[in-house]
Ligand binder design. Sequence first.
Ligand code: SF4
Length: 309
Amino acid sequence: MASSFLFHNAKELLERCHEHRMPIWEVMLNYELQMSPRSKEEVFKMLEERLQVIFDGIDAAIAKPEMSASGMAGKSAPLLAVAVRDFKELDAGLLLNEAAIRAMLGAVATGENNARMGVILAFPTAGAAGVLPGVIYGAKFKLGLTQEQMVQMMLTASAIGIIIANTATLSGAAGGCQAEVGSATAMAAAALTEVRGKTPECSLHAASLALKNMIGLACDPIGGLVEVPCIKRNGIGAVFAMSASDMAYLGVESFVPFDEVVRAMREVGDLMSPKIRETALGGLAVTPTGQEVAKRMGLLHIGDNACSK
Ligand code: SF4
């Protein structure tokens, strides 16, 4: 009988990688083949189509910027797109390199496309849909990635997402934004590290470094809309993922293994007040600015509850 490619946590994922002498993406591909009736060609085709959704969404937000109905989102992707266009002139004044600015652009454009009802790929959720696209967008520029490598990144990221979903949650309502943008950042960090030729262990260190930095992050969307702080949080999450990947690339290890980091994230999520778990009853959602938008949008009942408590 063929040996299994299934895994539930990072320890088992590493065991599968070693047993089969495969990188994470290839174990994940075989996991999918084991769990679904699809062929390898069908899985790749499906992921290539989804990759196209990612790039189409980014291009749409850049080519035809529009404000969202709330008026909160739509201005940032055009600004970042100009920065990318004029990077050579701006270079002296910026601290981050062009790949990082492009990652921000890809992430923010995805979020702004979502806010104006464009098609996006929820990866792992709609709110956190910008991080991996941003990292792919930046890394494609810097590393000259092929389509096959970008699909491999999606597979590596999926493996990390499965581990988090099995042990904790990917839902902001259940675990706060650490579970959404935090998870997406860990997924992207691992994917970026592996596509740069590093080992599964190194990729998991990148995921741990990224997620540890997101633990405790509240889910506090203004008016309950996935716009503020979500969109720019994705932009900075993409750069966090690159930072974690660079650390791991240079040999920096996470002192706490990934499985323990994920359990800690779950525990912190359990300790979070419901006010900061997607209810728009706390945090940025109930700032005066957030309340003003909620009032204008006819969503004040959400924030009113918070203020009256
Ligand atoms: S703040 Fe909440 S709604 Fe926004 S991305 Fe984070 S988890 Fe999702």
